[in-house]
Design a protein around this ligand. Structure first.
Ligand code: HEM
Ligand SMILES: CC(C)=CCC/C(C)=C/CC/C(C)=C/COP(=O)(O)OP(=O)(O)O
Length: 306
């Protein structure tokens, strides 16, 4: 390759930085829940349009992540976990990240509207606004309830997938919304237990920083106790059958086991660092597999029972 061509080609690590701005690992689960919402919805969407809809959910969530990284660049530079991100590390300019995020957000909503319908596009726009405005700008630095209210952003994807097929939002996708809504606190507060030093350093009022580890452990258990019966509602309302209910019960028992271990854990109270809190780390990891398998169970159930 000549030097001229090489100079005009983006470096692979540069591409990796623009991809990192989209928070691709978080998006993977967002895409999965959106895809499952789309697959369990009644009706039919042409394969090309279904692929476009899922890509729009990924792009929209990624765009919101990029705008979040633009807004949070000051605290990201302070926290160990986020210091190496492209903006605090100086590899992408804040202005570049903001234009990229806004551009992708507008494109994802427009393409969703043109490819499927404007209800799905509207809910996608709402979820991006929720993550950026309600969570990131308004609540994250103000209240320990930030992730409970702002967490609704991450609960929209199955509703978007459903609306892409049906053009409306009914009780069933709202139940899927509620499941992710109640899953988010144990998911995040488990992580915030062992990441609490970072949040304290950056002055972000996450629950372990404002109310302490004991209260956080109690809240992880409380939300998991609310979550598990809620996951049985799709079966109770007749939207899904016994294969889903069985999977939800077994997965839920596992989540409760981890939440009880987080609640019973007192290692920090005996003077050891929270950073190594093994039950919290395990509960966080479990929360990811739990949500993925629960949503896949909905799809398998539908394939089995129609
Ligand atoms: C307000 C709500 C939420 C907050 C505050 C939150 C926060 C976090 C944080 C701080 C991490 C660690 C990321 C890192 O290490 O850089 C994380 C990881 C993750 N979150 Fe969440 N999360 C939320 C909701 C969700 C939702 C709704 C989903 C998907 C349905 C999700 C999926 C994931 C995944 C897949 C990871 C693992 C990423 C990895 O492997 O590094 N999160 N979350
Ligand atoms: C379609 C659509 C817009 C979906 C929303 C995507 C989504 C998963 C929202 C949940 C919010 C989230 C990942 C917060 C991460 O917290 P943080 O931003 O405080 O984490 P950080 O400290 O790692 O930046």
């Amino acid at each position: 390759m000549s030097d001229v061509t090489a100079a005009t080609q983006p470096d692979i690590s540069e591409v990796a930085d623009w991809v990192a701005l989209l928070k691709p690992r978080v998006i993977s689960l967002v895409v999965l829940t959106g895809l499952c919402g789309l697959l369990v919805a009644p009706g039919h969407l042409h394969l090309t349009l279904a692929v476009a809809a899922v890509l729009c959910i990924a792009l929209g969530a990624g765009a919101a992540g990029a705008i979040n990284m633009w807004y949070d660049r000051d605290i990201d530079a302070v926290m160990r976990r986020t210091q190496r991100r492209p903006i605090p590390a100086g590899r992408i300019t804040p202005g570049g990240a903001l234009s990229y995020g806004v551009g992708l957000a507008v494109a994802s909503v427009a393409i969703m509207g043109l490819a499927t319908n404007w209800v799905a596009a509207g809910v996608l726009a709402l979820s991006i606004a929720f993550y950026v405005v309600v969570y990131t700008v308004w609540l994250k630095r103000r209240t320990s309830q930030n992730i409970v209210i702002g967490g609704a952003a991450g609960a929209f994807p199955p509703v978007i997938g459903w609306a892409a097929v049906t053009g409306n939002v009914t009780l069933e996708p709202l139940l899927l919304f509620a499941i992710i809504f109640f899953w988010t606190p144990p998911h995040f507060w488990a992580l915030s237990l062992y990441a609490h030093a970072d949040y304290a350093k950056a002055g972000v009022p996450m629950l372990p920083v404002t109310h302490g580890a004991r209260e956080t452990r109690r809240q992880v258990l409380l939300y998991t106790i609310l979550l598990v019966p809620l996951t049985l509602l799709p079966w109770a309302f007749g939207f899904s059958g016994l294969p889903y209910a069985g999977a939800a019960a077994v997965l839920g028992a596992g989540f409760l086991y981890h939440a009880v271990r987080v609640w019973r854990d007192r290692q920090d109270e005996s003077g050891r660092s929270l950073t190594n809190d093994a039950p919290a780390r395990k509960a966080f990891r479990y929360s990811l597999g739990y949500l993925a398998l629960l949503f896949l169970a909905l799809v398998v159930d539908k394939l089995l029972l129609g």
